[in-house]
Design a protein around this ligand. Structure first.
Ligand SMILES: NC(=O)c1ccc[n+]([C@@H]2O[C@H](COP(=O)([O-])OP(=O)(O)OC[C@H]3O[C@@H](n4cnc5c(N)ncnc54)[C@H](OP(=O)(O)O)[C@@H]3O)[C@@H](O)[C@H]2O)c1
Length: 287
């Protein structure tokens, strides 16, 4: 058994790779930048969802123990209609290379057949292939991404259109831990998992928690949907992505993300990380 991790330089795949490495399970990271951006010492290959010539590369990789790829972690590229290449790749990998299981990362609003990752979910159901769909809430790591981290560090501000909406923020490490089980458990999960953090927080409360860890006041600046969209476009995001993010935040302001469960503990046997713990561990990103 070997596992292919698309999104191979991303937040969840690199953490998932560490889980696999610790258990001596062969894996391969795949992304456009390949080995040049993958963590040191981890096998990686150049792969582009938008260039079919690269799709065979992971299957040409020689794993040390002679394993063949039997499961794939699927992460969409940020393009309109990402389900088109993903569905074609699923058919290619399963028919031409005998891949048996796919674990897909999607979002809160995903449903089978709905444009977005719902189209991939439906495709897996239609093909009768073993699968699992992860539907995580918002990543704690968004706060340590380049632009938000800069705004917290240099301006002590978090900007959002989330208002007083509550969100069960989740660590990418906990998402990776659920993905690890979905990819490696002997019995395929064949369902979706809502992967949620341990507490519901507004961004005002997130700002309070960061303030406590940093010893200075962090402010949550509440923007309207349109103000948020304009600020994201001004910061260099595409119209498509700025619109997507500001719509998500407006929906969160109306309670769309507000739900709780104990899925992480059910699947992994341990509770998910709190935002206070995450903030303590990542304090350096904001100083
Ligand atoms: N952030 C959140 O709060 C949140 C919440 C819910 C769901 N999600 C979902 O989580 C997923 C993102 O996960 P993540 O944060 O682990 O990823 P990430 O850190 O955003 O990384 C994205 C990865 O995709 C690769 N990539 C981009 N375009 C590609 C292409 N054309 N071909 C091949 N690889 C490509 C990038 O590598 P290269 O640049 O090297 O190609 C990178 O490895 C998305 O599906 C998102 O919808 C996120």
């Amino acid at each position: 058994m070997a596992i292919l991790l698309t999104g191979g330089t991303g937040k969840t795949s690199t953490r998932l790779a560490s889980f696999l490495q610790n258990e001596n399970i062969p894996f391969l990271l795949a992304s456009r930048r390949g080995a040049s951006a993958a963590p040191a010492g981890m096998p990686a290959v150049k792969f582009d969802w938008l260039d079919k010539h690269t799709w065979q590369r992971p299957f040409q990789h020689k794993f040390a123990d002679g394993s063949a790829i039997s499961a794939v972690y699927l992460m969409e590229p940020l393009v309109p209609e990402p389900w088109v290449p993903l569905n074609e790749f699923i058919d290619y990998a399963s028919k031409d290379h005998g891949v048996k299981r796919f674990v897909l990362i999607a979002g809160t609003s995903s449903e089978p057949g709905k444009p977005g990752m719902g189209m991939v979910w439906q495709h897996l159901l239609d093909r009768g292939i073993d699968f699992c769909v992860l539907r995580p809430s918002w990543f704690m790591q968004n706060l340590t991404e380049e632009a938000p981290a800069f705004l917290i560090r240099d301006h002590s501000k978090i900007y959002s259109a989330c208002g007083d909406g509550q969100i069960p923020f989740i660590s990418a490490t906990d998402i990776a831990a659920v993905a690890y089980r979905a990819l490696t458990d002997a019995k395929s999960h064949n369902c979706d998992h809502r992967v949620l953090g341990p507490e519901l927080l507004t961004y005002d409360q997130v700002a309070e928690k960061l303030s406590a860890v940093l010893g200075r006041r962090i402010e949550h600046v509440k923007l309207s949907r349109d103000e948020r969209y304009q600020s994201l476009v001004s910061a260099g995001l595409s119209d498509y992505y700025a619109g997507f993010l500001s719509d998500l935040e407006e929906a969160a302001s109306m309670g769309f993300e507000t739900s709780m469960n104990d899925m992480v503990e059910q699947v992994t046997g341990r509770p998910p990380k709190s935002l206070s713990m995450f903030a303590q561990e990542n304090r350096e990103a904001w100083v």
